[in-house]
Design a protein around this ligand. Sequence first.
Ligand SMILES: [Zn+2]
Length: 76
Amino acid sequence: MPFPIRTCVVCQEEFELKPDKPGFANRCPSCSEPEVTEKPEPEESHPMDAGERRVAMEVNAARRRAIRDMLYRKDT
Ligand SMILES: [Zn+2]
């Protein structure tokens, strides 16, 4: 007894609608897995905008200044 054939609403692929198929009935098995289709990149890899980049540069500059002051004081 064959399973009914459905067309996936996401990728238009035809798939067998098995009774134990997880996820939506109108999506194929691969489109029913949200972590595979929705977030290809991890959160950390998003590019910084100009404001974030400036803040990061200021933090780095302040840190460098603090280290230089520390070393300078040690030398004298
Ligand atoms: Zn699909």
